[in-house]
Design a protein around this ligand. Structure first.
Ligand code: ADP
Length: 388
């Protein structure tokens, strides 16, 4: 008998109680592992299913230290947690997933891109700027040429904090703060690779998926598995993902977002050291999900050998444009009639334009079939607000 699963005092502290936490908790319940959750919102999606829920600020050093001190392991589901507190917890012998050292690099896009450069990881060239003023200065003295992709170093998510800049006018409404200016990649496909790495350096890689973006929202709309790329490119993506995980010293999950250029080059776009939107379909499509792999890492259980059981497509279900306020589902009954689909709702009471409110995973005989079902489901269900 494994001592952790039979030890009722074994406990994981989860920092962040959003949808990633909610799905992590579902696996924890199944495996009977006890989890305490910290989140600032009293209505956090992961408040249900937690053994103990505390409303509090995961960005605050003392709150995190106190909340996690009695736990055997700490898991994050959002990158903005207090990393100094994680470091202090590690010094007390509590393992953190990801380790504080990894999170510190990933939390800041300038540090992340500098890490890629120093580790010889292919990623598009960039320049870094301490603030907007120095970026604008560099433009006006001709050192920074157009076009480029502006990215805020900290605090961006789901495309907020990223903008294509073609001329000086485009820089007028950029947010203040440290940033990078990245060369544009002529993107053919965007690929996601999620992997788990345990403390012994064992790695299990989920099949590469293809991420399709929404035309206006700069946000992933569909994820397709397996990705429609040659075996050769797929193997190269997996090898690159493994080398990134090894050079950064990942422990727990690591999601690697890749660009494949029109010329067939592969670039690392960015990393996420936690469950990732591109791995949600592993719940239905694989024998072991990304959430279970993270649990196994944090409990020091052996990682699962991954088998892809079916073709799958996931669609993010987001709030309709122009709708803010209390959530209302339109067309739910019709959507639920679409065959081979599984709906996940995140339990958020308030909708906003393009806010992720849930997702649907569809399976099928081919990736085309699966995607058609996911599309149909998504077109039938609208997430609106009663308040508008
Ligand atoms: P976020 O952290 O908000 O997800 P990303 O860095 O992933 O931001 O960028 C969001 C999207 O912007 C990418 O998925 C891609 O479509 C586009 N993008 C980002 N960097 C580049 C680039 N260098 N060249 C072309 N498109 C890019």
């Amino acid at each position: 008998m494994n001592h952790i699963l039979s030890n009722k005092n074994f406990n994981i502290a989860l920092l962040g109680g959003g949808q990633l936490g909610k799905m992590f908790l579902a696996e924890a319940r199944r495996l009977d592992i006890s989890i305490n959750v910290l989140d600032p919102s009293p209505n956090a999606p992961a408040r249900l299913g937690a053994n103990h829920f505390l409303q509090g600020d995961f960005k605050d050093f003392n709150t995190v230290l106190k909340f996690c001190s009695g736990s055997n392991a700490v898991v994050i589901e959002i990158e903005t947690v207090n990393v100094d507190a994680l470091e202090a917890l590690e010094k007390k012998g509590i393992s953190c997933f990801p380790p504080s050292r990894v999170l510190r690099i990933i939390q800041n896009k300038t540090r992340q891109k500098t890490f890629f450069k120093n580790a010889n990881i292919p990623s598009s060239p960039f320049a870094s700027y301490e603030n907007l003023k120095s970026l604008k200065h560099s433009i006006s003295n001709g050192n920074q040429s157009f076009p480029f992709v502006w990215k805020i170093s900290e605090g961006g998510y789901d495309g907020f904090g990223v903008k294509m800049i073609e001329n000086e006018k485009d820089t007028l409404d950029l947010a203040e703060g440290e940033c990078i200016a990245e060369s544009l990649v002529d993107i053919e496909k965007e690929i996601g690779v999620v992997l788990a790495r345990d403390k012994n350096g064992e790695i299990r890689v989920f099949p590469p998926v293809e991420m399709e973006f929404h035309d206006n929202a700069n946000q992933v709309e569909f994820v397709i598995c397996p990705s429609d790329i040659s075996e050769e490119i797929s193997n190269k993506c997996v090898d690159l993902a493994i080398s990134v995980a090894e050079s950064i010293g990942a422990n727990g999950l690591l999601a690697i977002e890749l660009f494949i250029s029109k010329k067939g080059e592969i670039f690392v776009n960015e990393l996420a050291p936690r469950p990732h939107n591109s791995g949600h379909l592993t719940i239905e499509a694989c024998n072991v999900s990304q959430f279970e792999q993270l649990l196994r890492c944090s409990c020091e259980l052996p990682l699962g050998e991954i088998e892809l059981l079916t073709n799958a497509a996931m669609a993010n279900l987001v709030g309709e444009p122009d709708h803010h306020g209390s959530i209302e589902f339109i067309g739910l009954n019709e959507a639920l009639k679409v065959h081979q689909t599984t709906l996940h709702l995140y339990g958020k009471s308030q909708t906003r334009p393009f806010r992720k409110m849930g997702h649907v995973t569809a399976t099928g005989k081919s990736i085309f079939d699966a995607k058609e079902r996911a599309k149909e489901f998504k077109s039938l269900l609208k997430i609106q607000s009663r308040d508008l």
